[in-house]
Design a protein around this ligand. Structure first.
Ligand SMILES: [Fe+2]
Length: 225
């Protein structure tokens, strides 16, 4: 048996918190000070329980082995989803002032929806699960559920915990909040558009084909620089 309280755990240092802000600078846009601080704390807590040093060390993948970016890390995904989700929220708010979307929740939810990935992507965890899926499953817990645990552990609002829990298939069992719906659609859209742009490795092509998306060839290296 693998007792979870015996996992190796690093100290949460100010340097770790600072690295979270460096990797996810949109956190500073959250206007509610406690929410802002707890967003940093959630990522620091999740990283400290994993083998990953900082957010940008997490691979740019949707799930382990599924939809892997050719270049870039999880930071590109988290920041992109957050900006897209904010664009949706801001566009509706600008044209329909009577629509009541909580911008801080969209921001926090976008930046934290994948806060459970340090657990699901941790090489030590993956090796244990793959060695014998009959023992604790493969994985034992996906990142949406682990992300909800992190949000609860650091005392984030229920609304943010719900976004982390419901942004993927787990949310199909629930009725999503409005901010959760925005983040879930932005997240799904981000991977689809990344695939359409040809930014994902070929291993994702079968799933793209199910979505009727054909990857376009990338520009040559000279055009990119
Ligand atoms: Fe995501």
């Amino acid at each position: 048996m693998y007792f979870l309280d015996r996992r190796p755990r690093r100290q949460i240092t100010q340097a770790l918190r600072d690295s979270v802000l460096e990797d996810l600078p949109e956190i500073t846009e959250i206007t509610h000070s406690e929410l802002r601080a707890k967003c940093v704390e959630a990522w620091a807590y999740a990283l400290a329980e994993s083998s990953f040093e900082r957010v940008r060390d997490l691979p740019g993948e949707a799930n382990p082995g599924t939809f892997r970016l050719r270049r870039g890390s999880q930071v590109e995904h988290l920041r992109g989803v957050t900006r897209i989700a904010l664009a949706i929220a801001d566009d509706f708010a600008a044209r329909f002032p009577e629509a009541r979307i909580e911008r801080d929740l969209v921001l926090a939810g976008g930046l934290l929806h994948d806060v459970g990935k340090p657990w699901e992507f941790d090489p030590a965890n993956c090796a244990r699960w793959e060695a014998d899926p009959s023992r604790a499953g493969l994985p034992s817990l996906r990142h949406p559920a682990y992300g909800a645990h992190i949000c609860l552990a650091v005392g984030l609002p229920e609304e943010v915990m719900h976004i982390a829990l419901s942004h993927s298939a787990e949310g199909e069992l629930l009725t999503r909040s409005l901010e959760g719906l925005i983040v879930q659609r932005a997240d799904h859209l981000w991977w689809s558009i990344a695939g359409g742009c040809g930014l994902l490795e070929e291993s994702g092509n079968a799933i793209l084909a199910e979505r009727r998306i054909t990857p376009r060839a990338l520009a040559s290296q000279e055009t990119q620089s």
